[in-house]
Design a protein around this ligand. Sequence first.
Ligand code: AMP
Length: 304
Amino acid sequence: MVIVGSIAYDTVESPMGKSESALGGSAIYAGIASQFHAKRHEINSVGLVGVVGNDFLEEDRVLLENLGLELSGLEIAEGKTFRWEGSYHGDMGEAKTHDTQLNVFGTFEPKVPHFERTPKVLFCANLIPILQSKILDQVEATRLTMLDSMNLWINTARDELLEVMKRVDLIIINDSEVKLLANDDNFIRASKRLVHMTQCHTLIVKRGEFGVIAFHGDEIISLPAYPTEKVVDPTGCGDSFAGTLAAYLANGNGLVSRIELREALISATVTSSFTLESFGTERLLQIGIEEFNERLEEYCSILA
Ligand code: AMP
C-alpha cells in the first residue's frame, strides 16, 4: 500500500502541556499505524510519498526506516519541512490551528516511484488537494483509493477538493468538515449530500469522542469511541485511524463487504485510542501487539 500526505514538525498545546517541533504530519501518523497493522497482517510494504526539507532530522528518517516503512518516495528538498502549530481546549474535540507553513510542500512536484504505482490500496492523507490530484494521475490502486482532508482546504480550495473527491472510492472526514463541505448543519443530511456530490461508494465520518459513522453503499455502520479518560493530545487520531483502515483493507480482495469494513473500523478505533494518550507519535510508536489485542477484546465486549 502507498500513503501520501504531510510530513511535518508540529508544535501542539493542550491542557496537558506543550510539545514543540515534534515529528508529525498526516502521512507520518497514518504510516506508523499502517506499518503496525501491516506486520500483523503480513502486508508486503507500506510506502510513504511526501517531501521534507533539508532540516529533517536524520534520527527521524532512521526511525521511519527502522519501522520498515518504504521511503523511496520520500523526497528531500532544499528548504524547510512543513510546520503546523495548533492547540486544543475544552472537550479537545477539534484543533485550533495557529500557524501552517507549507514550506517545501509549496513547490512539491510529487513523483511516485514506478514500483509503487499499482498498490492495492492508495491513501491520500490530508494534503493540498492539487497535490492529491497529481498523485491520483500517477497511481492506479488495484483495490481501493482513500482520501482525507481538512477545514483549511475546504475553505481555500473547495472546488479542487470536490474534484479530487470524485476520483476516489472512500472518503474519510470529520463531522464538522462534512457539514462545512455540504453546507448543511444536520450531519446525516450533510453526509448523504456529500455522497451524492462526490458519488463515492464509502463515506466515513469521524466524530471524535462520539465515535464514527460509515455510509457504505446502502448500509450504515455506527460505532462508539473507545471510552478514554486520559486525553493528552488528539493530534494524529484521524490519521492513525485512517492508516489502520488502509492496512486492513489492503489485506482483503474484491469489493469491501460490510463485515470487513466494520472489523477495520473497530481496529481503527482502538488504534486511535492509543494515539491520544501522549503528545505526538510517542504512544502510537509504543503499542505492543498484546496490549492492542487486549484493548480490542475489551472494546468488542463493549459492543456486544
Ligand atoms: P489529525 O489526524 O487530523 O489530528 O491530523 C494531524 C496532523 O495533520 C498534524 O500532524 C499536522 O502536521 C497535519 N496537518 C495540519 N494541517 C495540515 C494541512 N493544512 N495539510 C496537511 N497536513 C496538515
